[in-house]
Design a protein around this ligand. Structure first.
Ligand SMILES: NC(=O)c1ccc[n+]([C@@H]2O[C@H](COP(=O)([O-])OP(=O)(O)OC[C@H]3O[C@@H](n4cnc5c(N)ncnc54)[C@H](O)[C@@H]3O)[C@@H](O)[C@H]2O)c1
Length: 393
């Protein structure tokens, strides 16, 4: 089969197994080129491990410090006549490469929020042994509460009043204005139910109860703050309220883990093109402008560069872990630099359909979006037939 990208809005319905493999290899090569992280983790559980920040965390742990990793993600497997989702291929590639490197690596594909997958993870972790790192990097649209059966659905809306601003269709560069209606209280509560810290806490309770946390274990979840222009829909909106909950959970877990010499943190990461962020209104435009400015200044990073810098220079440098007043590690330090934000602001005022290609890095955005699905990697022959054995069906 010859596989081409088929894009529908902010989704691509195809993925390229060879390109997904190249994506994993490129990330491994980057970590290895930087040398070992001697004080890095040795055994890690990564929840949300197949794409974006979670995959990059897993690669950094495994290929930076030789960690055995259990990865958990929720991906679509291949079926006859249907390609798998990119995260499924990336997980397969990661495991193959980790095994070749002599590393312990197993993965579970299922719903992290369910009791059933948690029980499966416990069984596998007993084989690996107590973990010294737990990364929680899930971005999900819904969650069923395992105790009550309540189904929470997250949404991306402002709170209190509607919000109007520019947005961009990254497929064609059209800049238009949209208005998002304000969320109801129920929608706010639902979003917190999915993207807040409840499930992270349930995981940590279980790992502690089962004796699967090594002394001194670190746990980490990822958050975002962002610029003024996205505040109404992000940080002060439904998703930001969930992030507030996640950050409060980190403080609670930190107190608990400190008793056994461990720590829990939030890492506030940079805005990047991932499957999760491409669905957030206003973000594609903001990210395209941000890329333009950060690339010009030579300070652009992708998810892997972010995670590598996080592990190498903050978490496992051997020095005290630098945190802000809310106990958060700030990987958005370069994004939120005053000079970066003032230039992004100025571009935001003047960008429109007619100048989007020059004023923003829409081409970089589009390229990264394609790469999420395994398209656009150097060295991959996209005109070549991909055999069924690689498609997996
Ligand atoms: N992308 C950004 O710009 C950005 C910036 C800062 C923080 N973050 C945060 O980083 C975290 C990860 O986001 P991302 O952008 O890397 O997302 P992503 O879409 O690239 O990855 C999400 C991961 O979650 C997994 N997942 C989804 N539903 C699941 C479920 N029910 N059970 C198990 N796994 C499930 C997916 O399989 C995938 O591995 C999120 O908390 C997000 O808010 C993202």
């Amino acid at each position: 089969m010859i596989i081409e990208p088929k894009i529908r809005g902010f989704l691509c319905t195809t993925s390229h197994p060879v390109g997904c493999d190249a994506s994993v290899q490129e990330q491994i090569d980057y970590v290895k080129s930087k040398g070992a992280i001697p004080k890095g983790p040795k055994k890690a559980l990564i929840i949300g491990s197949s794409a974006g920040f979670g995959l990059s965390s897993r690669i950094t742990a495994a290929f930076g410090s030789g960690a055995g990793t259990l990865g958990l993600a929720f991906e679509r497997p291949p079926e006859k006549g249907r390609l798998a989702s990119p995260g499924w291929y990336q997980t397969r590639s990661f495991e193959e490469k980790a095994h070749k490197a002599g590393l312990w690596a197993k993965s579970l594909n299922g719903d992290a929020f369910s009791d059933a997958i948690k029980a499966e993870a416990v069984t596998l972790l007993k084989e690996l042994g107590p973990v010294d790192l737990v990364v929680y990097s899930v971005a999900a649209p819904r969650r069923t509460d395992p105790k009550t059966g309540t189904v929470y659905k997250s949404c991306l809306k402002p709170i209190g009043k509607p919000y109007t601003n520019k947005t961009m269709d990254f497929n064609n560069g059209a800049v238009t204005t949209i208005t998002l209606d304000a969320a109801t209280q129920e929608e706010v509560d639902h979003t917190v139910g999915v993207m807040g810290g409840d499930d992270w806490e349930l995981w940590m309770d279980l790992l502690q109860k089962e004796g699967l946390l090594a002394p001194g274990a670190v746990s980490m979840a990822y958050s975002y703050i962002g610029p003024q222009v996205t505040q109404p829909v992000y940080r002060n909106g439904t998703i930001g309220t969930a992030k507030d909950h996640l950050e409060k959970t980190a403080l609670k877990l930190d107190e608990r883990l400190k008793k056994t010499g461990g720590r829990a943190f939030i890492s506030v990461n940079k805005a990047l093109v991932t499957q999760a962020s491409s669905a957030i209104p206003f973000m594609p435009l903001y990210i395209s402008l941000l890329y333009k400015v950060m690339k010009a200044k030579g300070i652009h990073e992708g998810t892997l560069e972010q995670m590598d810098r996080l592990f190498r220079t903050k978490l496992y440098s051997g020095n005290a872990i630098p945190v802000d007043e809310k106990n958060r590690i700030r990987m958005d330090d370069w994004e939120l630099r005053e000079d970066v934000q003032s230039e992004v602001d100025a571009l935001w005022q003047t960008v429109g359909t007619e100048n989007a290609t020059e004023q923003s890095d829409i081409l970089g955005y589009r390229g990264d979006f394609h790469r999420l699905y395994g398209f656009g990697f150097k060295g991959v022959d996209y005109g070549a037939d991909v055999p069924d054995s690689l498609i997996g069906a």
